[in-house]
Design a protein around this ligand. Sequence first.
Ligand SMILES: Cc1ncc(COP(=O)(O)O)c(C=O)c1O
Length: 359
Amino acid sequence: MERVYNFSAGPACLPLPVLEQAQKDFISFGESGMNVMEMSHRSKEYQAIIDEAEADLRDLMHIPDNYKVLFLQGGASMQFYMVPLNLMTKYKKAHFVSTGAWAKKAIAEAKKVGTANVVASSEDKTFSYIPKLEAPMFTTDADYVHITSNNTIYGTRYTKLPPSGLTLVSDMSSFILSEAVNVADYGIIYAGAQKNIGPAGVTVVIARDDLVQSASDDLPHMLSYKVQAENSSMFNTPPTYAVYIAGLVFKWLKKQGGISQMQKLNEEKAGMLYDFIDNSQLYSNPVNVADRSMMNVTFVTGDPDKDAAFVAGSKKAGLTNLKGHRSVGGMRASIYNAMPEAGVRALIAFMQKFETENR
Ligand SMILES: Cc1ncc(COP(=O)(O)O)c(C=O)c1O
C-alpha cells in the first residue's frame, strides 16, 4: 500500500524521514540492542534522548533560560485543568477568550478551580473569527489570560496577542512550531503533540520559572508543575517513545531550516489553498480573512451531498481525512509542518477536477 496524503487534524501525518529513522532504530536503537520502547527511562541512553529533544526544542523556539520545558502526559486536555490549578493562586480568577470548542473546554475546567471570566467570544458566528480584544477588557484582578492560538476545528488563528499586561497562557496544540513566536510574551505555552510535534501521548509545556514555583505544595504531585520540573519530567515514567519521536521531528525541523523556514513554507502552502478557494465557483471558506489559520483550512461547497461526495472521492484519490469536524461539517485540510507542498498541490488538483465535474 502506498502512503496517502493524510490531512487529519490529529493525530496527524509525520515527516517521512522521521518514520524511516524510527524504522531503522526499531530493532536496536544505536548500540543499545533494544527499541527505545524497551529502554529504562532511567538509562543513560534514554536520558540522552530526552535531553536532546529538550535542547533541540529550546533551539528551535529560542526558549529563554528562565523557562522550563516539560514533557507531560494527559494531553492538552489535562492542561485545561493543570493551568488553573497551578496559576490561580492570588485572585483565583482568569480571563478567557472563547474562540471554539477547545477554549470552551478550557473554560469549563478552569471553573472547577476558580472564576473563568469570558472577556470575548466568537460563538455568535460559529467561531469564524477572532474577537477584537482591547485593554479595558482585561481587569487586573486576574491571575492570567488564556487564549487558543489556533482553533483546529474552525480554522482561525490569532495574529495579535491580547493587550492585557497580564500573564498570557496559550493552548498552542495546533499552532506550535508552525510560525515564529516570542516565548517571552507567554507565561505558559502548552500543546498536545499529535499535530505538529509527534505522536499522541506526550504534551509539551513551556513554563516560566516564577509560575512553576508559584503553586501550592498541596497539589497532587502529577498535577504540579513544580514537582514535574524538579523531577525533569520524570516524576513517573514519561511517554518515552513519544518523546523519542518528537525528538526526531525536532531534528527534522532543524534540518529544514528551523521555524522561520517552516513558517515560509506554511504561508506558501496555506496561501496556495486559500487562493484557490477564493477564486473557485464551488468552494468557499467561512473564516474572516485576517484570522485564517495556516494549519487548518476549512471549506464548504454549500451542499452537504456534494461535501460528502468530495470526501468520498478524495479518499479514493489518496487524499484522506478531509471531512470537516462533525460540529461544523464541510471539509477541513489540516496542513501541519509535515504535510509536503506536493500534498497541497495534489489536493488543489483534486478540488479542481471535482469542481469541473460538479459545477
Ligand atoms: C487546540 C486544541 N486544544 C486541545 C486539544 C485537545 O488535545 P488532547 O487530545 O491532547 O487533550 C485539541 C485536539 O484536537 C486541540 O486542537
